[in-house]
Design a protein around this ligand. Structure first.
Ligand SMILES: Cc1cc2nc3c(=O)[nH]c(=O)nc-3n(C[C@H](O)[C@H](O)[C@H](O)COP(=O)(O)OP(=O)(O)OC[C@H]3O[C@@H](n4cnc5c(N)ncnc54)[C@H](O)[C@@H]3O)c2cc1C
Ligand code: SF4
Ligand code: SF4
Length: 397
């Protein structure tokens, strides 16, 4: 599958390709250059070569015997001895898919002190979990080698990963290593009887839901947006087999000089209660009223993109396709029309109250409690009611 070719006759030994290669895959031996197996065929070296000495070889499509590829592998993100919460969303979806295909769901953990992940995983339906012990920091090149080693051995038909920073960095590398397809940021996944994974995600600005398949190659890689899938609840202790794995001589070419931890902050994706401001809010000052409601309920203010574009709130408060996906217990949408792009980020909320003056507003199609009316009348009434309840000692559950 590695198919960059250097024509040493044409090469003028300027070494520009060596400097440009992000994978340090080009070596110089005397007056000849060779491309090593770390090459991902990104083509960067070809772009910079002044002598036209590098070309991409014919890509030979190797026939894959799809019958050999079975089961579902979940990439379990593990940092500072903690399993990332998206894992439980992935295991939930993987279990649903596996139920129809008679496949097993397995996991892979790469990181430091991976044995400590066992306690966090034993209450979930995983057949096997492969533990690859390495250093704490995520290093894409090393992780790709370990991950690929696991995939080579297990031959999963489907690989699910979180659409997190780590997942987004690792998934394309692994998919490239196997010369197979990857669909990023899926919002729904369906497994056909022949184990073909239908990967569904919004496309063209959310105007269509694209259904993508990987018909000829395996595995089928998909990343899933955080909070789009419902997390699986822990149940009894499962008889998961935890297998310590190692890859001899695996190393990273990256050196991390310093890691500065980001201060932990609860964002809108972690909130249980959200009050959302839409463009039905007339002035920036009026957001204070919605913020007051949010605080009284113990939640946070969020918004549509329309309000972010006005510069009234920071972009990390935006819900939707180009913002965050949220799954709160309660979401109160105030003056929000309910565009497809907005609803793509919040339709998983447990309870949706929508306040809108337009009885035909699309948000009412998904609202559990549609309130047709003026937010400038309803929100102050809600605030007053909550304050009275608090004063009277009524607990707001
Ligand atoms: C590629 C792309 C990505 C996008 N991503 C996102 C995204 O991530 N998130 C997002 O939100 N949008 C996104 N959008 C924009 C999206 O299409 C809509 O324009 C946006 O969601 C509309 O925001 P809104 O509901 O606040 O405003 P509007 O659609 O203008 O709706 C305002 C609503 O307020 C109601 N209203 C007015 N006055 C009152 C009142 N006094 N009381 C009660 N109701 C009142 C109106 O009836 C109306 O329904 C994206 C667009 C594109 C093209
Ligand atoms: S194709 Fe990319 S990875 Fe391969 S040698 Fe060239 S620059 Fe390096
Ligand atoms: S960039 Fe081209 S000419 Fe320069 S060393 Fe690499 S292959 Fe040779």
């Amino acid at each position: 599958m590695r198919n960059m070719i250097i024509n040493n006759e044409k090469c003028i030994l300027c070494e520009k390709c060596i400097e440009s290669c992000p994978f340090f895959a080009i070596q110089k031996n005397g007056d000849r250059l060779t491309i090593g197996e770390d090459c991902s065929a990104c083509g960067q070296c070809r772009e910079v070569c002044p002598a036209g000495a590098i070309k991409m070889g014919e890509s030979k499509k190797e026939a894959v015997n799809k019958e050999e590829w079975k089961h579902i592998l979940v990439y379990i993100e593990y940092r500072h001895e903690k399993v990332h919460p998206i894992t439980y969303q992935l295991i939930g979806k993987a279990s649903e898919l596996a139920a129809s295909s008679d496949d097993d769901v397995c996991g892979i953990v790469i990181g430091k002190n991976t044995a400590l992940a066992k306690n966090q995983l034993k209450h979930y339906p995983l057949k096997k979990v492969f533990l690859y012990e390495t250093e704490e920091h995520f290093k894409a090149d090393l992780y790709e080698k370990l991950f690929s080693n696991c995939i080579d051995k297990m031959k999963p038909s489907v690989v699910l990963m979180g659409g997190t920073a780590e997942g987004r960095s690792l998934a394309p590398r692994a998919a490239t290593a196997f010369r197979t397809g990857l669909t990023a940021d899926c919002t729904e996944l369906i497994l056909r009887d022949n184990r073909e994974l239908v990967q569904i995600r919004p496309a063209f600005g959310g105007n269509i839901m694209a259904q993508i398949v990987t018909p000829d190659t395996r595995p089928q890689f998909a990343t899933v947006r955080y909070n789009v899938m419902k997390p699986i609840e822990p149940d009894c202790e499962h008889e998961t087999e935890f297998i310590a794995e190692a890859v001899e001589g695996a190393y990273s070419k990256l050196t991390i000089l310093e890691a500065v931890p980001r201060p932990e902050r609860k964002g809108i994706a972690q909130q249980e209660i959200l009050v959302v401001a839409g463009k039905g809010v007339k002035k920036k000052e009026d957001l204070a009223m919605l913020e007051e409601l949010a605080v009284l309920l113990g939640g946070e203010l969020a918004s549509t993109r329309g309000v972010v574009e006005k510069g009234w709130v920071a972009s990390d408060k935006q819900i939707g396709l180009s913002g965050q996906t949220v799954r709160p217990k309660l979401l109160i949408a105030c003056g929000v029309s309910g565009s497809v792009q907005f609803m793509a980020g919040m339709s998983g909320a447990d309870n949706i109250i929508a306040i809108n003056t337009d009885a035909d507003a699309k948000i009412f199609h998904i609202a559990h409690y549609p309130v047709c009316g003026d937010l400038y009348e309803i929100v102050p009434e809600l605030i007053k009611g909550i304050k009275h309840s608090v004063r009277d000692g009524i607990h707001l559950a």
